[in-house]
Design a binder for this molecule. Structure first.
Ligand code: SF4
Length: 326
């Protein structure tokens, strides 16, 4: 039997290439190898964006269209909306009854996020409790594996602790999920910092060709290389990080040689990148345009996937209620 994978993404903005190489690319591979459930975690978006929910619905739709354009297939793995499965809210509530608050307060991401989002008031209960909601998401589908980056491992560990506590109190119902560390290439933002919508340093997965060109032209390079006649160091250049993802071995070898010997200028180097990024993005952008016209109602399109997820949850929640004797 195939192992089950659960993964989700918050609908907080349009997908960028960091999302693709950080998650979606792996999902596309996993849908062939595992029994996958992929979700749009819209309740999670509310834990930090509770004061600005207006766009969540449209972003949710755009996000699913981008996933489909990139290669996810609902015939291979269901894609569903978290908030359309109310059993998740029930499980979240029940898990909250016995999850110690201290477990949540010690989550490293809790303090990190409060510092990162210092402009927001994150003293809300939902934000503190979001690892419990994440646990409900994962264990609802009896997922064995959760693809995560290193920073998310503590959340999966917490989910395992919550499962152990539940199974200990009420009997063996849930499966302890395991983190599945995925290979993610380094892809910084255009300014060399972490790629993030809020830092305005991203390239969207469906970016137009002229914007791709404009954005890459303004990318930071090896800051010590002032002129073409100065030798550069691709190892400290964000443009080269992109070449590692988008260019061929042959192109990279040519750039290393040319940059370190001051034989190639940054403009020429970026031209190669512009061309390769456009070649990668173009089919996704065009496919998404077609899907955007074809799929007007995303909820209707996802209905069979949603049913699969909800039916699975309904059966499980019957067992949970019986176990808790409620
Ligand atoms: Fe970076 Fe390319 Fe310029 Fe070298 S030639 S510093 S790798 S942009």
């Amino acid at each position: 039997m195939k192992k089950r994978v659960y993964s989700a993404m918050r609908p907080t903005g349009e997908l960028h290439i960091g999302h693709y190489f950080g998650a979606v690319k792996n999902w596309i591979k996993m849908q062939e190898e595992y029994d996958c459930f992929f979700a749009v975690a819209d309740w999670h978006a509310l834990t930090t964006n509770y004061d600005n929910p207006e766009n969540i619905k449209e972003i949710r739709r755009q996000m699913v269209l981008s996933w489909l354009a990139a290669g996810l297939d609902v015939e291979k793995a269901p894609i569903f909306i978290q908030s359309h499965n109310l059993y998740t809210a029930e499980l979240y509530l029940l898990l909250g009854m016995f999850t110690p608050v201290s477990w949540l307060e010690r989550c490293p991401s809790y303090k990190d996020m409060i510092n990162t989002l210092s402009h927001k008031d994150l003293s809300n209960y939902g934000f503190l409790g979001y690892p419990v909601l994440m646990t409900a998401d994962i264990i609802m589908y009896l997922a064995n594996l959760v693809p995560v980056g290193v920073d998310q491992v503590p959340h999966v560990e917490l989910a395992r602790e919550i499962v152990r506590r539940f199974n200990n109190f009420y009997g063996e119902i849930f499966v302890e999920p395991e983190s599945m560390l995925t290979n993610v290439p380094k892809l910084p933002g255009l300014d060399g910092r972490k790629m993030s919508k809020s830092l305005n340093n991203t390239i969207l997965l469906t970016e137009d060709a002229d914007i791709i060109e404009k954005k890459i032209k303004t990318m930071i390079t090896d800051t010590k290389r002032q002129r073409k006649t100065d030798a550069g160091d691709p190892n400290v250049c964000p443009v080269f990080d992109y070449h590692k993802v988008f260019s061929t071995d042959e192109e990279r070898a040519k750039i290393i040689e040319g940059c370190t010997k001051a034989e190639i200028g940054c403009i020429e180097c970026k031209k190669i990148l512009i061309n390769n990024v456009e070649n990668f993005i173009c089919p996704i952008r065009e496919k998404k345009k077609v899907l955007d016209k074809e799929i007007q109602n995303i909820d209707e399109f996802l209905a069979p996937s949603q049913k699969k997820a909800n039916d699975f949850a309904a059966i499980l929640m019957e067992k949970v209620r019986k176990a808790i004797k409620i």
